[in-house]
Design a protein around this ligand. Structure first.
Ligand code: ADP
Length: 660
């Protein structure tokens, strides 16, 4: 409001000033006119006074009788010659008859105008000089004349008079200075304001500046009126006014524009402030650390989460160049290498590394880098978001350990299930060993000294082989059950399947299931943890055998097929299928197949398939199941082959071998 008030004040001052100037000028002119009019009045009075004086002197001389008629005529002629306001001067006797006149026409009382006769009468009675009201000569329309009657007194008796006739216009012409007449209309009016005579040398008066003065002459009351030919002063030249108005309008417009601009700026500032507050709140609430660096690697910004993560206040980080306070000394080389990359203008978009907290504690972090770009599209640095993944690592570790434990337990459970079969299986070699050794003993006892070594040797050899077999069974059980860290190594498919077959067959035999193994020759190696894969195969075959428990004995065939995966186009895989001809999997069971603890069996733990899938995925493969067209189910899983084997495997033939 203040600027608007100021502008209004300036505007009103601008408009008031010319008006005030005009008023001042106007009153100045008026005062000037009054002063001039006064001056003119004084001049007229002064001149008339001198004329009256002259006439009185002459009158005195006449009454004193010191003037001859000729002398009088000369005096009077000289008087009217020198004072041009006089028209003539005449002498009348007491009866009003002409005695003498300065012009040729004899002047008598009767021939005077009526007002003049009144004045003559008045002068005679009052015995003092009198003026008459101006009037034209009697019987004429001619110029207005003013008569001055000076009574001639012999002692106390009236002896005639001197009559001086003034022309009113001559009074105006002779007694008013020209410069005044040039600027004003001067008029003489009677007591009814009727104009008797006027002088308009400079043109008619405008009626703006006027003044009047009474000319109190004895016997005649006249008014001197002046009326300036000047009009009221013009307000101001219109150009000036127009420019003042234009300037004011311009000023108002620019004020308005300024006001609008300020409002816009305020709105923008408000929006910006809200944005900044919003962003700050967002940055402060983030759990992720943020760190911005310029192109020289100097830190330009860190958020509170980052400071908390590394335990260093922001002011100790901002503006710092590497080496940073949160770099762990042992990983210095790695950091330096990355920093060289930053200077070269490239970064690894995502990487894991280790940072050091202020208390020396190390913690793993996952870093995502992206370029910082300014509004002109120029890159000004790098923005990194840093995730403290120590919790995640711990969780992963825990889950891995639990998984291992679970697998170990599952293996123990499998072994528990196999225990009776195992006992039975071990019984055979042990029984064989027993009979071989009994046979050998009998031979020694019966034959006495003559032992047939040729007969004894094979028996002992067979006993040894059986003992070895029993030992192998025990060992395979031991390696299978032992808890250990997963370890991946190159494994040939053949080796791995061969090593698990004895255990598979143990189960198969129990349920009278025939086993067919079908391996594509020359299968490449896979990078795998052997025991995990054995467990997978063992679980799948056990499920398959169990599914065939109640089908006709001739249908109880378990097939294990290993081949190169022909479907996968990008990656070469080995695919292993476990095919049974059991009861199959209904839709509702299929949906929950891999859920932990889901089982349709009375003693089932429901972990088998879940463990299998986790193990296959750990190796980078996938596991699916489908219906067997001939009845039953196919479980098929893939394992990626070792990269260096890809070329070799391409040349592998299609021939198949069967074992069982
Ligand atoms: P468990 O064998 O302890 O029940 P699994 O996870 O190995 O646990 O199997 C879950 C369920 O999947 C089984 O209970 C069974 O119903 C079904 N299943 C698994 N394999 C087969 C198969 N080859 N044929 C039919 N059903 C199967």
């Amino acid at each position: 409001m203040l600027p608007i008030l100021l502008v209004l004040l300036i505007l009103s001052t601008l408009l008031w000033l010319p008006w005030q100037t005009q008023r001042m000028e106007s009153s100045e002119r008026q005062e000037q006119l009054i002063a001039d009019t006064l001056w003119v009045e004084q001049a007229i009075r002064f001149q008339l006074g001198r004329d009256e004086e002259n006439l009185r002197l002459i009158a005195n001389e006449i009454t004193a009788g010191t003037l001859s008629a000729n002398r009088l005529r000369e005096r009077l002629t000289a008087l009217i010659k020198n004072n041009r306001e006089f028209v003539r001067v005449a002498q009348l006797d007491a009866s009003g008859k002409a005695v003498l006149s300065t012009d040729d026409e004899p002047v008598t009382l009767e021939r005077l105008s009526p007002p003049s006769r009144n004045a003559a009468e008045h002068a005679r009675q009052s015995k003092s000089p009198q003026y008459s009201m101006p009037a034209p000569p009697s019987g004429q329309r001619g110029p207005m004349l003013l008569d001055y009657h000076v009574p001639l007194l012999m002692g106390d008796s009236y002896a005639g008079s001197l009559v001086a006739t003034f022309s009113v216009s001559s009074i105006l012409n002779e007694m008013v200075p020209w410069w005044f007449a040039q600027d004003n209309e001067i008029a003489i009016t009677d007591h009814d304001d009727a104009v008797i005579e006027k002088r308009t040398a400079g043109g008619p008066g405008r009626g703006v500046y006027t003044h009047q003065r009474m000319l109190d002459l004895p016997g005649a009351t006249l008014t001197l009126r002046t009326n300036s030919v000047k009009g009221a002063p013009k307000l101001l030249p219109s150009l000036l006014v127009a420019s003042v108005i234009a300037l004011s309008l311009g000023l108002l417009w620019s004020l308005w524009a300024l006001w609008r601009d300020i409002n816009r700026r305020l709105a923008a500032e408000g929006a910006l402030r809200r944005q900044v507050a919003f962003r700050t709140a967002m940055e402060n609430s983030l759990m992720t650390g943020l760190r911005a660096r310029d192109l020289e690697g100097r830190i330009t910004y860190v958020n509170p989460a980052f400071c908390e993560m590394v335990g260093i206040p922001a002011e100790d980080l901002i503006g710092k160049r590497p080496p940073m306070a949160y770099w762990a000394p042992e990983a210095m080389n790695e950091y330096q290498q990355r920093f060289t990359q930053v200077l070269a203008g490239t970064v690894t978009p995502q990487y894991e590394t280790v940072f050091q907290r202020a208390n020396g504690e190390r913690f793993p972090v996952l870093i995502f880098e992206s370029p910082l770009v300014d509004d002109s599209g120029r890159q000004t640095g790098w923005m990194g978001s840093i995730l403290d993944i120590s919790d995640r690592k711990k969780a992963e570790d825990l889950s891995r350990r639990q998984q291992e434990q679970l697998q170990a337990s599952a293996r123990l459970a499998t072994m528990g299930e196999l225990a009776s079969t195992l006992a039975h299986e071990l019984n055979q070699p042990l029984a064989a060993i027993s009979s071989y050794t009994t046979g050998a003993l009998n031979m020694i006892v019966n034959r006495g000294g003559g032992i047939d070594l040729d007969m004894l040797k094979p028996a002992l050899e067979k006993a040894g082989a059986q003992a070895q077999r029993a030992g192998q069974i025990i060992r395979s059980v031991h390696t299978f059950v032992k808890r250990r860290e997963p370890r991946r190594e190159p494994v040939t498919v053949q080796d791995w399947i061969d090593s698990v077959i004895p255990l598979v067959e143990l189960q198969a035999r129990q349920f009278f299931v025939a086993t067919h193994i079908q391996l594509e020759p020359g299968l490449p190696e896979v990078l795998a943890d052997r025991v995990m894969l054995e467990q997978v195969l063992l679980n799948l075959t056990r499920n398959a055998i169990e599914a065939m428990q109640h089908v006709a004995p001739e249908r109880r065939i378990l097939r294990i097929v290993a081949e190169l995966d022909s479907e996968a186009s990008t990656q070469q895989n080995v695919a292993i299928s476990v095919i049974d001809r059991g009861h199959g999997i209904p839709e509702d069971v299929a949906q929950r197949l891999f859920s932990p603890f889901f089982s349709t069996k009375a003693e089932g733990m429901g972990m088998g398939l879940n463990i299998c899938r986790t193990a296959v995925e750990f190796h980078g493969g996938t596991m699916v199941h489908m219906d067997n067209p001939g009845g039953g189910t196919i479980f098929r899983f893939t394992l990626p082959i070792l990269a260096e084997n890809v070329a070799d495997s391409a040349t592998t033939g299609e021939s198949q071998s069967e074992s069982g």
